[in-house]
Design a protein around this ligand. Structure first.
Ligand SMILES: [Zn+2]
Ligand SMILES: [Zn+2]
Length: 364
């Protein structure tokens, strides 16, 4: 007894695809876990690995006292700066006082006291000398600071160079590391993809096809999407090339199958109508009747209005159809052997009396 009511068919299809998708999801989650674990097999390089630490610490020990000296000198310099500004203020005050004094003397008109003028000018000059002396001292300090800074800079440049060198080596190593990680993952994912393709080709029509199909879906996901975040720069090539090979292969396979199917159908049409009638399966017959096409050649058997009048019209309903296919000669409608009611010839029972038709069917 064959069960193929429409509802059952659509429900079971839904269940089958759900099974495939659920299986696929869990496989994806599991594979993600496995891929993460695979990473522990390799250690990611660090920049620090490539630094010459003894060399660097030597440089740093050279820089440290210089930095300290610069700091001390800078502190001294800023103290000096304050002293200078005081000295400058003293000089300015003194000069102001001197100017005023000279002015007063001019007004009073006693230029005979030149000796005193000289003395006061000398004193003013001393103030100026003090300021200058501080300035010179500060200048010396500044020169020393600059020298130290230059030395530090040379060491700093050496340090930077060492870091750059390490960075270059690190980048190089990182490329190797990425490649290694990618290859390990590919080693894991490529067989999955191969197996997925194999399952699709081999077990598409298997009783447990939803399980195989779930695996195939997972394999495609694992290869084309699961690998994505781990692809090195040229990984795109790998992905696209495999994609092209896959679509070309599947395309070739599909075109070939369609060609074979058409050939098979054409060969079938050469066989006698009785032989073909035996080979029409009930499920095919149901669909053919529902969509009014011949179950053998697939062409529409409904008659258009302009094709009237036709011969041997029994009932109103059967005006629209022909007893034999006009395209391949297959019998479509026939009278029941028992009660004479006209039925679609490829269904297992008579619609009026329930008798089995005498036409023999090949075992389905
Ligand atoms: Zn036909
Ligand atoms: Zn009957």
């Amino acid at each position: 007894m064959e069960l193929n009511s429409k509802k059952l068919e659509s429900t079971s299809r839904l269940i089958y695809y759900s099974i495939s998708i659920i299986l696929c999801l869990f496989l994806i989650l599991l594979s993600g876990r496995i891929i993460d674990d695979l990473d522990t097999a390799t250690t990611r390089p660090e920049v620090e690995q490539f630094l010459d630490n003894t060399y660097l610490s030597k440089l740093h020990t050279k820089i440290a006292p210089l930095d300290k000296e610069i700091e001390t000198l800078s502190n001294k310099s800023s103290t000096l700066e304050k002293t200078i500004s005081i000295a400058k203020e003293n000089y300015t005050n003194e000069k102001q006082s001197f100017d005023n004094w000279v002015q007063a003397r001019k007004t009073l008109g006693s230029p005979d006291k030149d000796q005193e003028v000289v003395a006061r000018a000398k004193k003013l000059d001393e103030f100026y000398q003090v300021e200058q002396a501080w300035r010179t001292q500060r200048q010396t300090l500044q020169t020393k600071i600059d020298e130290d800074r230059n030395k530090t800079q040379i060491f700093q440049e050496q340090i930077d160079k060492e870091h750059q060198k390490a960075e270059t080596l690190y980048q190089e190593e990182l490329k190797h590391y990425d490649l290694l990680v990618f290859l390990i993952r590919l080693l894991f994912v490529a067989p999955i993809l191969a197996l997925g393709i194999f399952f699709f080709i081999r077990y598409r029509k298997h009783k447990f096809w939803p399980l195989f199909f779930g695996f195939t879906l997972f394999s495609l996901y694992a290869f084309f999407f699961g690998l994505v975040p781990y692809l090195p720069s040229y990984g795109g090539y790998v992905r696209y090339i495999v994609g092209i090979l896959l679509s070309a292969g599947l395309g070739y396979y599909a075109i070939k199958s369609i060609g074979q199917y058409i050939e098979k159908k054409q060969a079938e049409l050469k066989v006698s109508t009785q032989e073909r009638a035996k080979n029409v399966q009930t499920s095919v017959a149901e669909k053919a009747l529902e969509n009014h096409y011949c179950p053998s050649c697939g062409k529409d058997f409904i008659i258009k209005k302009w094709e009237f009048p036709i011969k041997n019209i029994d009932t109103e309903a059967y005006k629209l159809v022909t007893d034999y296919c006009r395209h391949c000669g297959l019998q479509l409608f026939r009278k029941c052997d028992k009660c004479g009611t006209k039925n679609f010839a490829h269904l297992p029972f008579c619609s009026a009396c329930g008798a089995k038709p005498t036409v023999e069917k090949v075992k389905e």
